[in-house]
Design a protein around this ligand. Structure first.
Ligand code: SAM
Ligand code: SF4
Length: 339
């Protein structure tokens, strides 16, 4: 069966609320070499490898999204760079940039594999990376990642910069660990020439943590930062949920991703596909559409019909709740859907 999906004048992906879906986040693996305490359990139950879509199937599905108007694809995970032969997918998708359809391919990574991959990512057409780094304290880093080595991530960031990749740092703001050190992290990132975004922790996954004690409101973080620095609101829209300010004293850009205290769902432009082909229309809801069945049993038309179903069911917004006693409505781990 010919499973190739050609670019065409197919209808764009527009959801039931009229939002244009132009951004696909693809979790290529749920596995990771770190075990961040807010993301997964110490001993996660990873998916059996036999359930994964092949890299070829992922490419064909990405083409189906591009044919329906997706312009930006972000590879995430788990840790995308620990998936075997991931460069093959990246090079195949990179070859589509600039042709009608795909405008940007980017990656979210913990940076541990970047010394090995940075040059090849740049050669494949990747220009921007989001790198997750929550602290510059080696002990807190080890505690937060359950055994990770800060030096490895810093080396990865240096390798990416040397390869000409633009690095944005992402840091989850946590009341019980890194909260007090965020100004140092921001000052360091800006000193290195990196943008940085802070993220409110989301109650995604049943990973046995107390979200209420982890949660730190970015409204409070911003107030605290304003006692030290002058923050000037920026109109910058990078197509995502970050609201940006310029820190006058450092000259750098700081983003706030506030799913709990500043809902941004009205402008949602994205969907998320797992490495097994489940398509989630919202990070904070459970509904999904099975693209693995569509591609394996039905082919291109079945994939298109599944995408239409997805658009008809994409919810208006998440309903995250981190108040004491609240239970997570989303039981799948962040690494499965891709953060
Ligand atoms: N391993 C890669 C990394 O860490 O960048 C990519 C996958 S990770 C799941 C993607 C992003 O999700 C990271 O920035 C991570 O900090 C964030 N993340 C994970 N769990 C989260 C949670 N419960 N709330 C908010 N952000 C979370
Ligand atoms: Fe791994 Fe990223 Fe999750 Fe940390 S946040 S455990 S690096 S997938």
């Amino acid at each position: 069966m010919d499973r190739t999906i050609q670019l065409s004048d197919k209808p764009k992906l527009i959801d039931q609320f009229g939002r244009h879906i132009t951004y696909l986040r693809l979790s290529v693996t749920d596995r990771c070499d770190l075990r961040c305490v807010y993301c997964m359990k110490a001993r996660p139950d990873f998916l059996p490898k036999s359930e994964l879509l092949t890299l070829e199937e992922l490419t064909v599905l990405c083409d189906a999204f591009i044919a329906r108007g997706v312009e930006k694809i972000r590879l995430t995970g788990g840790e995308p760079l620990v998936r075997k032969d991931i460069l093959t997918l990246i090079e195949n998708l990179g070859a589509r940039i600039g042709k009608p359809g795909l405008k940007e391919l980017c990656l979210t990574t913990n940076a541990t594999q970047l010394p090995k991959y940075a040059d090849r990512l740049a050669a494949a057409g990747i220009r921007r990376l989001n790198v997750s780094l929550d602290t510059l304290d080696p002990d807190i880093f080890s505690q937060l990642t359950r055994g990770g080595k800060l030096r490895q991530t810093l080396d990865g960031i240096e390798a990416a910069t040397a390869a000409g990749l633009h690095v944005k740092i992402n840091a989850v703001a946590l009341n019980d660990t890194n909260g007090a050190h965020l100004p140092d992290l921001i000052a360091w990132a800006h000193g290195q020439g990196h943008d940085i975004s802070l993220i409110e922790v989301m109650p995604v996954g049943e990973i046995g943590v107390n979200r209420a004690s982890q949660f730190l409101s970015l409204l409070d973080v911003r107030k605290a930062l304003e006692t030290r620095w002058t923050l000037a609101d920026l109109p910058d829209d990078t197509g995502g949920p970050s609201r940006y300010v310029r820190v006058q004293e450092t000259g750098g850009r700081l983003g706030f991703i506030s799913p709990l205290t500043g809902n941004f769902c009205a402008g949602c432009n994205r969907v998320r596909m797992t490495c097994t082909g489940e398509l989630f229309m919202c990070l904070g809801q459970n509904g999904s559409v099975d693209l693995r069945a569509a591609i394996r049993d039905g082919g291109p038309d079945a994939v298109d019909r599944a995408l239409d179903r997805a658009m008809a069911t994409k919810p208006l917004q998440h309903d995250f709740d981190v108040s004491p006693g609240a239970t997570s409505t989303v039981t799948r781990d962040m690494a499965r859907t891709g953060g």
